[in-house]
Design a protein around this ligand. Sequence first.
Ligand code: ADP
Length: 795
Amino acid sequence: MAQSNKSRRVRLETQMPEETTAETGRPQRAVRERLPLLPLKEVVVFPNMVIPLLVGRPMSVAAVEESLASGRLLFVCAQTEPNEDTPSLSSLYKVGVASTILQTMRMHDGTMKIVIEGLARGSIRRLIHRKSMLEVVVRPVQSTGLNDKRGVALMRTTLAQFEDYVRLSQRIAPEILMQLRNVTEAEMLADLICAYLSLRTEERQELLATVNVRQRLEKISALLMRENELLEIEREVRDRVREQMEHSQREYYLQEQLKAIHQELGKTDEGDESSELRQMVIKAKMPKDVEEKALREVARYERLPFMSPEGAVIRTYVEWLADVPWRKRSKDTLDIEKAKVILDKDHYGLDKVKERILEFLAVRKLSKKAKGPILCLVGPPGVGKTSLGKSIARAMDRKFVRVSLGGVRDEAEIRGHRRTYVGSLPGRVIQSMKKVGVKNPVFMLDEIDKMNMDFRGDPASALLEVLDPEQNHAFNDHYLEVDFDLHEVFFITTANNEFDIPYALHDRMEIVRLSGYTSYEKQHIARLFLIPKQLRESGLKKRDITIEESAVGVLIDRYTREAGVRELERRLAAVCRKVARKILEKDTKAPFVVTAETVSELLGPFEYSELRADLELQPGVAIGMAWTHTGGDILHIETTTMKGKGALTLTGQLGNVMQESAKAAYSYLRARAKDLKIPETFYKTWDLHVHVPEGAIPKDGPSAGVPIAVSMLSALRGAAPKKAASMTGEITLRGRVLPIGGVKEKVLAAHRAGIRLVVLPKENEKDLVEIPEEVKADTEFVLVNTIGEAFKAVM
Ligand code: ADP
């Protein structure tokens, strides 16, 4: 609708015709009976509507010419078949509008532009074909009125709906509303609203043909309701789309700004970053296939939007690929003579161990191949496993790296997580390789006996793949995804307890045992290695401090209880720190002399009571020896008898094996009661109670058989043993004594506790070579085949 509202309003007011209809009481224009016909395609004109029209058909042009010549009136009505050029009566809607031509404009191609204004409804009675045009005979259509209050209400409702429509559609100038609010005529209001609504031709025609004004308004109201609903939905959709657009535009804008900021700061932008990554890949000199993969990833990185999270993942991955040592290696010399010198220089004692290691290295050197067993150093903490590993690396001129496997229960810790996991990383093996930076380091895998297996897979089998020379030239880390060659790595493993090493691994190991040091050896280690090292670390000079041998002795006996020297080293470090402070604070004059007495001034009260066996001989008490993870220990076994019915009570957290040993000893005594000179019916009249003090500590193992039997016999006889001895050995019901393990640790513990008589199974005689000379020198060993010999030795 192209007409201007102003012009229409003016015309509505000024062109008010003279006649008034009876029905509506409003002025009604005269309609001549016979009028030229202007058939319209897809346009429905309403009374009071001003509309420009393009007239092209010759028949229509002729009708306009005729009208202009005869008072400017013509009849317009819509065609039911818009495609028909010369409509018949049946292809015209019956109801149309008599209109007046307000303006004309002739175009050079013979067509015309005209502006008409609708005057009044009329209905076609007859169609007359003239030479060049159509004429119609029409009859006026009188609308039926609506003047009651309900009519007013209906007008208001419709107007209100139309106001909403104007607001929602945003296609109609709001001034139109001002004009409509002043209309008091229901029919006029209806027709004006119709003029503005955008409806389909059929709907408009239906409204035109509805004679009853109330019905017409009701129909308009219904249509408005539908349109308003649709518009409301449209608006919601539009708003949502706009919001999304704004969000992405905002993001784009911010990212552009960020780029600009980076450039201002002189930081590389993404283009440079990817070329930097590419350079990194090329410099890393990876194997061909790995390099191809890495470059593919870089290309993918380039295509990603700036700062995308996936970009960061790819970047980290490529950096990992570039950082692991694909080619770099340190020169690898292995001179056995030099190795011996280094091992000796770094470690006191350990002769057997050093020899084994040198043999191992020699075989490796001769056979040239990396294949063969893996060295596994087994022993309690602090006995020098790690430092031996370091010395081996030094001897071979290789770099050293160490990773602890204690507590590892997830295969992925060894083999890495797949890249699909958030924050995934390579496993510990690849991480350590990156850290050490060469492909041929000495690689120490610590505490392989402390790995656990659970639902997350078996770390031991992953470790096997790492260690197995058949497989490890193509080790596949889940994160790296490409094979990494480990076959030049010299692996060393360590464990605290040989029996906890997973079976499959144990099979491949060359086990070298380190069993712990005597106090005497510890003294030497402290003097030759630990004290000089701690002086260096605390910045003290030799002239600042003197640590007397007796002081080291106190540190060993009263502040530590261990097989190795780790705690001793810590204590020495503490002593050095405290002395350093005193010297700095000028609290003392150099040299500060650390004696057995000053130690407790520096470190506070003793940590352990003196390890002395209770050597007072009492009926029912015998001393056993135990092997523990931190070396060896002694234990007192007590038996008491009381009147009863032959019950045997065992306390002190004894394990199953130890309880069975006790029962075997009991049965043996019962069976041999006569020979052993004890009351033959003791099992009927006496109760026996065997207790092993420090009851809170669980104890187990078969080697307590001998001391338990001695303790029971001594209680039953009511006589104390003749000699203070410590004993070990498994017993059978026939009284045989079987060999046991951990002889060195046990003997050292007994020696530390001041015991000088040790009863051992005869079959353990071979183990005595391991006992240090200074211990052998003041200890008497009794080797027994039967329990009877053990009784004879001590009772
Ligand atoms: P582990 O790995 O067996 O737990 P470490 O190798 O860490 O033990 O040893 C602990 C400390 O004791 C190190 O400082 C080490 O140099 C020192 N140490 C252990 N045994 C000896 C030894 N025989 N000679 C010299 N120093 C030793």
